[in-house]
Design a protein around this ligand. Sequence first.
Ligand code: USQ
Length: 400
Amino acid sequence: MRILVLGGDGYLGWPTAMYLSRRGHRVGVVDSFFKRQWESELGVEPLVPILPLRERVKLWRSVTGLNISVAEADLCDYGRVQAIVKDFAPQAIVHYGEQPSAPFSMIDQQHTVLTQTNNISGTLNVLWALRWHAPDCHLVKLGTMGEYGTPNIDIEEGFIEIEHNGRKDILPFPKQPGSFYHLSKVHDSHNILFACHVWNLRSTDLNQGVVYGIETDETALHDGLATSFHYDEIFGTALNRFCVQAVAGMPLTLYGKGTQKRGFLNIRDTLRCVELAISNPPGAGEYRVFNQFTEIFSLRDLAALVKSQGGKMGLAVEIQHLENPRVEAEEHYYNARHQKLVELGLTPHKLSDVLIGSMLHHIQRNAHRIRRESILPRIKWDRTRRAYAAPAAPVLTGTK
Ligand code: USQ
């Protein structure tokens, strides 16, 4: 199959491109490289240096004999998006090409507007390009479990049957997201649902939980094929951060009580879920939602697992409760359905001591590269607290 991976330079995009390439698909990657610029504007970097995308693609060819094509494009440039879709004629598009961080979107007015302009306009351009040039193509869009927030009822997969004043309907599940980033994904979901309805497009919205992990079967083939693994307060996510903090000898940063619960999944399962979605496409006009996570943990439980495994490896791991920099429920009900990918054949890689141990070992080999000053949270959601002074250049990359 001909598959375009948008955001193919990123933490998930690059491993997805290699995974699909190795399974015999003709893969093209598209990226604006804005994320690399935002990293340098904000003074953060991945744990291991990441080769430029074209060099990683060359290395991939020399290691496996397989070709991945590369296009540099800002998805907000509709002319470029159209040209790429016409030229490549994709049968599936895996769309990761968005600003991916909640804290980034909460820094200040500019970062909020950039996040929503970049994410929502980019996705609208992809939808219009599909409508004109590839209406049968399956859009596999990376959404987030954070679109739902933490309601006091069970979370369904995208839709819920509601009875109201004696009438019933199946409606999109209510959305109560927790950041301007998560809101950008909600707006995308509505736009995609509408485009499927009016133009007969087909799409799977993957409402993904928090991904953890450094290695996939493909990144393990060569050091130069590594993926962009972050642990800083902006682009790093919970478990990845905890593992780096354990190795750096810094206390694990639990925000507030740490009783918040989220859905998590291993990076290897992300790749398998995308493959399952691609090989079981929806019908024309169908918009469907899969909740893409494999296990629910509280942050406190995750920190305890890292502390226990770190202890077995001789690391003295402390856990610290910080004043929560976010405005979010800490004690809440959380029960989210996640059946559809399992029904299609997903066999999850469950979190285990062995898995945490292998992440810790991997990080230990690069411990000298950890930038401790990028770890503690300084970006605050609450308007009464002092704003974060980003060490950013005056003009933000990607502002349209
Ligand atoms: N948290 C801590 N300590 C930390 C970092 C985070 O306690 O050092 C807590 C946060 O307060 C939050 C939870 O962990 O309650 C998750 O935070 P996160 O930074 O790991 O993840 P989040 O900001 O929610 O976003 C990440 C990805 C995003 C994806 C989302 C899935 O960056 O792209 O959409 O996970 S989900 O969380 O299910 O919405």
